[in-house]
Ligand binder design. Structure first.
Ligand code: M6R
Length: 628
């Protein structure tokens, strides 16, 4: 059978979930529960394999894990102490039972799971077929299982065999495999795809994500690029692809299982919206001294180098990109260094001007976004310094950067990013103020005053959350709405873009964000009778754009728009032009995104929920996009 690519030419893949277990517990149960904890990554089939009495037993099903559960109930699996499991998002080969992982080699020796894309799979498949190997799937992944099966059948040690296989593969991969003849040993390897080891007592785990094993252990080891790990219940050996001992990085997971569960909320997204005051507070925690000056201990870049920076480029995707747009206003204002913001997938293809004195700042919640990672590699090849702002400890992006500022938001499970956005803005502000401090672009008391305002935002975000009922009621009115517009200026513009993105992602409706001043140059033609237009109004009095935005509201209202206005308390100037008004706490312009984004997130969450959609796992999307 010819390999079929279901999405011809597609280079984008989703982030499969991988888990392996070896130890005294019932392996199949440990593995399936780990898969459930990784459901948020997006998948369309799932499978599990165990080894019992020298034989690999596996079950795999298209669709959700409940289908796999039903299959296991119908065909129970024997008790085992070693197992691997996988949730797959189809790339090469459709989402069918037979394309689901694990893949078992033709000779029955190897069961293997894979995350990523093996770019040279077609040639390898032809080679194996010519040698008499029969394939049972259309996937690129199966070639790795068959190659490994062939190697071990020749008497090669399992880890050496995996080493031989990975050295023949091109592309991105995390591979985990077990051999029917070695029921106490897992081997795994990674290139351009995540893999962490969970360290237990008399048991060990490998997984794409600590969420998969957090129930059993908080001790973990992050694997580096091109590393291989050999795991038994009592040993973990890390080597490079040549077989040399490699340095591994142990860390402790600081969040617990309940943080990864819904705690009574209907959706992870809703829970994460409500976690934002804490997430922002945690991101700011420990980052300033009593005198109000900043300390970013983790930023191991000499101050002399920070002083020599003459350009900043912020690189990110999606919501993180909009956080970067907000940050640009603050960073330029505070540091007087020119700051550009760039979509990561565009960055390296336009030959950007990067020198040794350019600082590249990347924003990524997951730390695994391939477009952002490739941008980092490009920037470092050009000798730029790279600072990652990231939420995921041990992820690839922080590891490949010169320094990292972690946003301590806790796990973000909902595909639509919420606390990721607010904490990225907060962390960018910390960085901007720190640069201003190091370069003496602002006086100490000015920095202390801005820091004090930043530190005062968590209770204000809480106040916004406490008053969201009207926004929820408004959502009920728009169940059949086709199109929604969002307007803002200055930092209100990226907030408008973010409000629109949330609606597109989870409520599947056409939504656009515009700079309000640009309306008259074209987009105002979209305005017709009754169309809802959200407008973010800058703070009154203290902001020169306030009056201009009020004029913009009048322009759309005169053309029939239904105006939903987000304006600060006491702003009565705007009242006559608002069909609905949502009050925001009084903050300065630069702090406004931290409060104004929240009602827009909730509007999208509520509307999608009322429409009966899967808010946490919207169609066609996954939490991390790990291939370009
Ligand atoms: O993990 P990252 O922050 O790098 O992800 C970047 C984007 O893929 C992400 O923000 C995406 O746009 C979200 N689904 C938005 O809600």
């Amino acid at each position: 059978m010819r390999p079929v690519c279901r999405f011809p030419g597609a280079k984008v893949t989703r982030m499969c979930g991988i888990i392996g277990y070896v130890g005294p517990r019932a392996a199949q149960e440990v593995v399936v529960s780990g898969l459930r904890r990784m459901e948020y990554r997006g998948y369309d089939s799932a499978g599990v394999a165990v080894v019992v009495d020298g034989v690999i037993e596996y079950r795999k099903k298209a669709g959700k894990i409940t289908n796999l559960d039903a299959e296991i109930v119908a065909n129970p699996m024997p008790e085992a102490t070693i197992g691997i499991g996988h949730t797959r998002w189809a790339t090469h080969g459709g989402p069918t039972d037979y394309n689901a992982h694990p893949h078992v080699s033709d000779n029955g020796r190897i069961a293997l799971i894979h995350n990523g894309i093996i770019e040279n799979f077609a040639g390898l498949r032809a080679e194996l077929q010519a040698g008499g190997v029969s394939f049972r799937s259309e996937t690129d992944s199966e070639v790795a299982a068959q190659l490994l099966g062939r190697e071990v059948a020749q008497g090669t040690d399992l880890a050496d065999a995996l080493r031989a296989v990975v050295n023949r593969l091109k592309g991105a991969f995390t591979l985990v495999a077990m051999d029917a003849q070695e029921p106490e040993r897992l081997v795994a390897a990674r290139r351009n795809s995540p893999l962490v080891v969970g360290v237990g007592e008399g048991e060990n785990f490998v997984a794409s994500d600590v969420a998969a094993f957090i129930e059993f252990t908080r001790n973990a080891i992050e694997l580096g690029q091109d590393q291989l790990v050999d795991v038994t219940p009592t040993s973990i050996t890390v080597t490079d692809f040549a077989g040399n001992p490699a340095e591994s990085h142990p860390f402790e997971v600081t969040w617990d299982l309940s943080a990864a569960e819904k705690s009574g909320y209907d959706w992870f997204m809703r829970k994460e919206i409500y976690e934002q005051p804490q997430a922002v507070a945690d991101t700011l925690l420990g980052r300033f001294n009593e005198d109000g000056s900043l300390k970013l201990d983790e930023l191991h870049i000499p101050e002399a180098e920070l002083r020599s920076i003459d350009k900043i480029i912020i690189v990110a995707c999606g919501t993180a990109y909009y956080a970067g747009m907000v940050a640009k206003y603050a960073i330029e204002h505070w540091t007087r260094i020119a700051c550009e913001v760039e979509i990561a997938s565009e960055f390296r293809y336009r030959d950007p001007i990067i020198t040794r004195t350019t600082l590249v700042v990347t924003l990524s919640q997951s730390g695994e976004t391939a477009d952002t990672l490739m941008a980092i590699r490009h920037a470092r090849e050009q000798h730029a310094k790279v600072i990652a702002i990231c939420n995921t400890n041990g992820a690839t992006i922080p590891r490949e950067s010169d320094a990292v500022i972690y946003t301590h938001a806790g796990p973000e499970i909902g595909v639509a990013s919420t606390k990721g956005f607010l904490t990225q803005v907060a962390a960018c502000y910390l960085l901007g103020l720190y640069l201003a401090q190091v370069r003496e672009a602002k006086y100490g008391d000015e920095i202390a005053a801005i820091m004090a305002e930043l530190a005062s935002t968590p209770p204000l975000i809480q106040r916004v959350l406490d008053g969201l009922e009207p926004i929820k009621q408004l959502a009920a009115k728009y169940i059949n709405q086709q199109s929604v517009l969002f307007l803002g200026r200055h930092v209100g513009y990226p907030v408008a873009l973010e409000g629109a993105l949330k609606l597109k992602e989870i409520a599947y409706l056409h939504a656009e964000g515009f700079p309000a001043g640009e309306l008259k140059h074209g987009p105002i033609a979209l305005v017709d009778e009754g169309i809802p237009v959200f407008v973010v109004v800058p703070p009154q009095g203290r902001d020169q754009l306030h009056d201009k935005v009020i004029s913009n509201i009048q322009e759309v209202r005169a053309r029939g728009a239904f105006t939903i206005v987000l304006a600060e308390e006491d702003d009565e100037e705007v009242t006559p032009y608002a069909d609905v008004i949502f009050r925001l706490p009084k903050v300065s312009t630069l702090m406004q995104p931290l409060v104004a984004t929240v009602p827009l997130q909730m509007f999208a969450c509520e509307l999608a929920s009322l429409k009966g959609y899967d808010v946490d796992q919207p169609r066609n999307l996954a939490k991390s996009v790990t291939v370009e």
